[in-house]
Design a protein around this ligand. Sequence first.
Ligand SMILES: [Zn+2]
Ligand SMILES: [Zn+2]
Length: 343
Amino acid sequence: MSTRERAPVARFETRQGIRVYRFPVETFPSHYNNLYLVDDDDRLTLVDVGSRADSTRRDITAGLEEIASLWGRRYALRDVSDVVITHAHMDHSGNAGYFVQETRARVWVHELDARVLSAYEERMVVASKDLGIFLDRSGVGPAVKQQLMAMYTMSKYMLNFSSVEMADRLTDTMTIGNGYQVFHTPGHCPGEICLLVDNVLFTGDHVLSQTTPHQSPECITLFCGLRRYLESLDKIHRVGGVELALGGHEDVIPNVYGRIHEIRQFHLQRLDRVRAMCREPRTVWDVTQELFAGRLDGYGQILGIEEAGAHVEYLYQLGELTIANLDEVQRSDNPVLYYRARS
Ligand SMILES: [Zn+2]
Ligand SMILES: [Zn+2]
């Protein structure tokens, strides 16, 4: 099951009998997220809120209806006491304003992602500048850069999001609700968190059942980057007793420890490939073309160059790649960087 498929409505129960209901929402055209309702008989917690798209509202209503008809529990959004946003990507968080403004729920987001929601317009301006510098250094060339930047700006504009004040901040190791434990797991997103409810772990986009979560370099956004991500995988691996993991997309993860191993292996293999490519000097754009030969189109090109950039950056951080055109770098303001593997 990919992010392009709708997971069925489902009910799970933790070891202590806390009920968890999953329902899918279409957050962008043909892009599906899982939302979860956690009912421990005292508090009702919603994990993730979906996007600003009308399809999110439509599917929340449909999901609650289906839960009522399948299991005889009629939940309403006004009964939610806590909303937990796993991270501030718009498919997980775009609908936050509804809960902040229209319900009495506390709406929680990690302190490093709160700014994305509460100063969204500022963040978009700064993030697109940082992306532009990254594209220059990656060697995409002016024509492709212009095309990618236009696509980036357009996609953010289409989200139709406006800033909302986020007062309830999550930090690592804190607990919310009835002892649900927060783990800060930066990498895919600066403020990504996992939430442990009894023996069930909500993983957002940190660990997914099928997709290897997208990576982008730390030089665009601090607290992203492959190094952070791999550390955060280790962090979750050390959390004992997880018997079921539930991601923000796709299907259940029965064995989170095994899945973490697979994702780690995937990145190690990709790092090997990048190292091999850089036996000859390569830009990040060259690496992108070789990694994803002909398979990228539309916004996928931005995701692809970010993914390649994250792997190049990590090898560079470890000293396994060096800059091949240092003289040119010294002379120019924002030069293209050529990387070569240290032999
Ligand atoms: Zn995400
Ligand atoms: Zn996502």
